[in-house]
Every structure is written in C-alpha cells, then in structure tokens.
Design a binder for this molecule. Structure first.
Ligand code: MIG
Length: 694
C-alpha cells in the first residue's frame, strides 16, 4: 500500500507514473514538524531496526548511523567522511522489530538524512524546499517478504526500469585518454588478438573537437562512421561521452542555436548563466524545458548517424569548475590577503578561496530554470538536472528509432531517470575498499529502480594493481554494467597489458557463459519490478546473522555472491543463510561444485578463483563462453544446481532478440524444468544436466 502526503506546493519531478490522491492528515509512522531548515520528518530507531535504500550513497547496506545529504555532487573523493555522491535517490526503507515501512521524499532540492547520527535512537529527515510529496509504503499482509514487496509496490509507482540492449551485458573497455582512431583500434586489437571478450569501447572527452558536444576531432578521427562500421564487424560498439556543459564559441552551431532560441539557463537578470567546464566558458541547457530536451536529444542523432549505439552522460550534476563571479570573489579575497600572509591562517584562506571555486553553493543559487510556467532557482531543483539530461537523450533515441534499444548510462540521476537509462557510480579510486563500496551500492540502486548499473572496474583514479583489477572483475562478472574505466595519467588498465591477462580472460569467460542467465534475471527484474540484487536481509528477515551481512548479495531468484575484496586474501568467510551449491569458478570451463550446508564457512580461494552460490533446489543455466555477446547462444545450456532425488525444479527463463524495444514477458518467457531422475524440458534448447548434483 502506498499513501501520498503533500506538504506545501511541490514542484513536478516526473519521478512517479501513478497519480495518487493526497491523503488528509499525517502518516502514523513518523512525526512531521517545521524548523528553520525546512520540514522535518522524524521517527524512532529502536535498537533492532535496520534502514535500507538511498540508492547511490556511501557507507553500509544498512544505512543506520550516519548523516547523508541528497545533493548531487561531482566529488571524486568517495571517502567515509563524505555525505553525497552524484545522485539523489530519496527512498528509505525501515525494517523494525514490529513493523516495516518505506518513505519516498519526492523533492529535487536538498534533503538531509540524519539516520541515527545526532542521536543513535532517532531518524530525522529534513527537507529544505517549500513543498514536496511524501510517499509512505507499507507492506500488505500475505504479500511475501515485506522488504521485497515494498520495493515492488514502489517500483509500480515509479514505472518500469530501463532495459539496455543485450550487447550492453558484454564487457566494455574505457579510458580517459583514448584520443584517436588508432587508440580505439589498438584497444580492439589488444582484446581480439588475445581472445579477450569485448563488446564495446567508450570514448571519453578526448574524441571531441575541443570538448564540444556532438563534434569529433576530424584529424584524429578522419572517418568516424568508417571506424564504427569496422569495429562493428568485430562486434565492438562505440560509446561516446556527452557532457552537460556546451562550449561558448561563436560558429559552433549547438551554442549558436541555443543562444538564439534562449535555451540556456539564465541568471536573475535574464542574461545567460556563464560557467566553465572542460571546454572553457560554457552554457548549461535548461533541460527542464521539453523543447530544450527535444533540441538537445536530437543532437545525439549525429553520433547515431556515425554509428554509435550507446552514450554516457557526464558532468550533469551539473559540475561547475568556476563562474566569472566566483573567480572575482576569489581574486578579491586574494587581493585582501596580499601582504597579510604573516598571519598563520591566511595561507589557508588564500588556498581555500580558490579551492571553493568548483561547485560552489553560491553559484548554484545564481541561475534559474523554467519549470512549467514557473521560473525556479536552480538550488530548489538541483538534484533533477542530470535526470532531465538523461531524459533528453532517451527522448532523442526514441525520436531516432523508437523500435531500437540504445545503451545509455549517466553519472547524475534522480528517481524517474531509471526509466530512461542506467548509471555508473562515478569517479571511484583504485582502492580495495571501493570494491566493497561498489557491492554495497548495488542493491540500494536496484531498490530505487536503477538495475543497469556498475562502477569503474579496476578503479578510476590512482593506479590499479593486477590483483585489484582481477578481484574487481570477479565482482563485475555479476553487475549488469561491466566496464573497466580509468582516469588520464593513471596506470593503463586494459586487461591485455597485465602479466595475468590469461587469468582475467578466464574470469571474463564466466561472465559470457552466464549472460543468458544474467540477462534473463535483469529482464525479469525490469518486467516484474523485482530486484536483481538484494541484501540477504530481504530474503531471510528472520535470520539475524543474514540480516547483518554487508559483503554478500543475493542475485536473481536463485543465487548469492560473495566476492573477495582484500589484497593478498587466500579466501574469505561466507555465511550461508540456507543450503547452497557452491560453484568455485576459475573459467567458464574450469570450475568445481560442492554442496554446502547453511551456516558459517571459511572458503579458500586462489587469486583466479571466485564464488557463485545457488540455492538448494534451484539451478541456473551456463552457456558456452564467447568473445562477444552475439556469439553467446542458448543452444546448449549446461544446468548447474543441487536437487534432491525425485525433486522437480523450474526456472523462469527470459530470452528475446535483445535489440528491439518490444519487450514482453508473455512472448519471451519460458520455463526450464528439470525432473530429477527424469527428463529436462527446456522448450527448444538442448540442456545438458551433467552439472547437476543430486
Ligand atoms: O572532470 O571526462 O566521471 O568517468 O573519465 C572529470 C573525463 C570528467 C568525469 C567522469 C569520468 C571521465 C572524466 N569526467
């Protein structure tokens, strides 16, 4: 059951697709009051209560004990002291000893979540803006597991998740620094020569002509359509980046048109808001306007015409390097300090004045959007900007070819954008702790509707190590977006450059063999409003140990993953909430299986080994590995599972062309049934039961 409560006059956010009537009165699960900071929602946190959700955020799967801030931020230091990342996903689930409920605060401005930070026994949510909708979700009796049921209800409210093309389940290689046709060809060859699987190469800002959106450097890429075509014959797609900021340069048509039509964000005095990002002086398209979205979305057609089949949208928090006003303020501070550097703290004032140039709150308060017939200051709707850029792109693809799926993932997002694209988790570091942070965000993102997501494998900033990349790939095998990406000036991170490339290739072979299963689970999650990744607490709420596991995840209906995330580890501790078949993979063809009983286990794992657990009584299909997704077929599936003699087990299995936007459960879902001791029925495909343990 979802109830809507309205405070003040909310702004439209496009987050929900179902219009619920506003309830009179107040929800019974919390106290609502006013403070000088805004509207305050609070509720007690008994000792046993757990909190889940908040999508892309720091800290644990259980969100208790920290202060979080919904304020989309381009901050590449994802350390424990931070309170915001690039997105705001204002969904929080409360699982208490007596009751459960969920809250969705649909407000695109700042929201502060004090979840037992100021007082360990109290949650206090402060919504700064003048009006918002609050949705309160309560589980129905007999709806099954309450946390999963509440997520399903919520997903019904916010609409169906984005569905990527099937090839986007393949391995993608990216790097800030691929600057020419030759660079892309080298990457393609590096993989193909060594038979390392690959389905796409991302082009970062270096492909553009002086960082101008929708252009490419014609010297470095003399024939981009020819290059895309050539790579496509090798089953490799090209995925260019698009930034939110448009370079201010006369003669650049995107700028000229935007100026002429008044499509850029304005200051209070009606003049264009001027900022600087990678291209230098830039403008921000006002994505809140449908006509601006249609115009910007149409620009993607140039790269689609050239052969691109996917995009990543960046810098759309929006990130601001500086504004002329900000720069002036910094120089004023510097001038005032000139000659005064004898005071011990003035050097910090001086550097601080310049460090504060980027993404400054003052700048975010100095421009406006057109929201319907209202003019709204940016800070009031800050968290929606990236989501609306994503929407512009998705609308552009639909206008280009409504029947075809395109890959799209964005850095910034808000709930609602989950219908248009996926996301990546931004600029992580080549740190072991970030494997775990990546794992923890996955289920929370799913709750918010973002199913197609992943982090930069190997780490973005800092230098990776061979074993870090290998261990990170072992988690990436299971994440829908599986992309290796790194920053300029860091150690080159393509698999073929490392001494253990054969080991990494073996790890990728498991991904490709699992694609029929993982794609099926992704599609079933999208089409049934389910969760591809879940905390163990969702499936085993009565098991106190399972509820507090923070380094394992349930995957699909059948599986559990437990990756290694520590350097030099020779194994790890795993908690099994029920009996499971443990599959220890080295490659898709080299693995061993062992039935393991519910309980605590220490599992030894060499660097090339990683685990997949399958619940007893269930099975999953494994295909033969391939070097690209199109070559992965469901013709001879091998079924892995642990069944009791005489037991019958059925798998819901979804398969479609992976290309068209016509996705339907009715047409594409079938069942694979194993009757142990008897026949295997898979409607068409031949299955090999050799992998079954009875
Ligand atoms: O200010 O385009 O998160 O993936 O490589 C950095 C360069 C801008 C940030 C993205 C990152 C990308 C980088 N971008």
């Amino acid at each position: 059951m979802i109830r809507r409560y309205t405070y003040g006059t909310p702004l439209p956010t496009d987050a929900v697709v179902k219009q619920l009537n506003t309830e009179p009165g107040a929800p019974d699960c919390l106290t609502v009051s006013k403070s000088t900071d805004g509207t305050v929602l609070s509720f007690p946190l008994p000792e046993e209560a757990m909190l889940f959700g908040l999508g892309e955020q720091l800290h644990g799967i259980n969100k208790r004990g920290h202060l979080y801030r919904s304020w989309n931020s381009d901050d590449p230091q994802h350390t424990e002291s931070k309170s915001s990342l690039y997105a705001s996903h204002n969904l929080l689930l409360y699982a208490g000893p007596k009751r459960s409920f969920g809250l969705f605060v649909d407000d695109p401005g700042e929201v502060v979540w004090d979840l037992g930070y100021t007082r360990m026994d109290t949650a206090v949510i402060t919504v700064a803006g003048g009006g918002f909708d609050l949705y309160v979700i309560t589980p129905e009796e007999n709806e099954g597991l309450p946390l999963t049921a509440m997520c399903r209800e919520f997903r019904g409210l916010i609409g169906r998740s984005y569905v990527p093309p099937r090839w986007a389940m393949g391995y993608l290689q990216s790097r800030w620094g691929y600057a020419s046709e030759e660079d892309l060809v080298t990457v393609a060859r590096g993989h193909r020569d060594k038979h390392i699987p690959l389905d796409g190469i991302c082009m970062d800002i270096d492909y553009m002509e002086r960082f101008k959106d929708f252009t490419w450097n014609r010297e470095a890429f003399p024939d981009l359509p020819g290059l895309c075509e050539c790579l496509k014959t090798q089953h490799i797609r090209v995925i260019p980046i698009i930034d939110a900021g448009v370079k201010a340069e006369e003669g650049y048509d995107v700028f000229d048109e935007g100026e002429e039509k008044g499509f850029f964000c304005k200051r209070e005095d009606g003049k264009d808001f001027v900022t600087a990002v990678w291209p230098g002086e830039s403008r921000l398209p006002d994505f809140f306007r449908p006509d601006v979205r249609a115009w910007f979305g149409e620009k993607y057609h140039r790269l689609l015409d050239a052969g691109a089949e996917g995009f990543w949208n960046d810098m759309n928090e929006p990130a601001l390097f500086y504004t002329p006003e900000g720069l002036r303020r910094a120089y004023e501070t510097a001038d005032a300090l000139r000659g005064a550097l004898t005071e011990y703290d003035s050097s910090f004032k001086l550097s601080g004045a310049f460090n504060a140039l980027a993404n400054s709150p003052e700048d975010y308060r100095s421009f406006y959007h057109t929201v319907g017939d209202r003019t709204v200051r940016h800070d009031r709707v800050h968290n929606l900007y990236g989501a609306l850029m994503t929407k512009a792109a998705a609308e552009g693809f639909a206008a280009y070819r409504a029947e075809k799926r395109y890959l799209l993932f964005s850095r910034s997002s808000y709930i609602g954008a989950h219908r248009c694209g996926g996301i990546w988790m931004g600029d992580n570091c080549s740190w072991w702790s970030h494997i775990l942070l990546h794992l923890k965000m996955l289920p929370s993102l799913n709750m918010a509707g973002f199913l197609y997501c992943g982090a930069d494998l190997g780490g973005f900033t800092a230098n990776t190590t061979e074993d870090l990349l290998e261990r990170w790939l072992q988690l990436g095998v299971f994440t829908p977006l599986m992309r290796n990406h790194s920053a300029q000036h860091t150690r080159e991170q393509e698999i073929y450059r490392f001494s253990i490339w054969e080991m990494m290739r073996g790890t990728l072979s498991v991904r490709y063999a699992l694609i029929p299963y993982l794609y099926s689970e992704l599609m079933l999650s999208a089409l049934t409003d389910g969760l591809y990744f879940r905390p163990l607490a969702f499936d085993f709420p009565e098991d106190r140990t399972a509820c507090h596991v923070e380094d394992q995840l349930m995957l699909g209906t059948q599986c559990m993953i437990a990756p290694v995330y520590e350097q030099n580890a020779v194994g790890r501790h795993v908690y099994l909430p029920c009996d499971m078949l443990m599959v220890r993979f080295r490659t898709a063809e080299d693995y061993d299986m062992e039935p393991i009983a519910q309980g605590h286990h220490w599992i030894e794992l060499k660097l090339n080994e990683f685990l997949l657990f399958i619940r007893r009584g269930c099975f999953i299909p494994l295909a033969r590995p391939a070097e690209y997704t199109e070559a992965v077929t469901t013709e001879r599936l091998r079924l892995l599972g642990w069944l009791n003699p005489g037991e019958k087990s059925t798998l819901r299995f979804y398969e479609d062309d992976g290309v068209t936007t016509q996705v339907s459960l009715r047409e594409n879902e079938r069942e694979i049934t194993i009757d142990v001791g008897g026949a295997v029925q898979c409607d068409g495909s031949v299955c090999d039961t050799a992998g079954l343990v009875r």
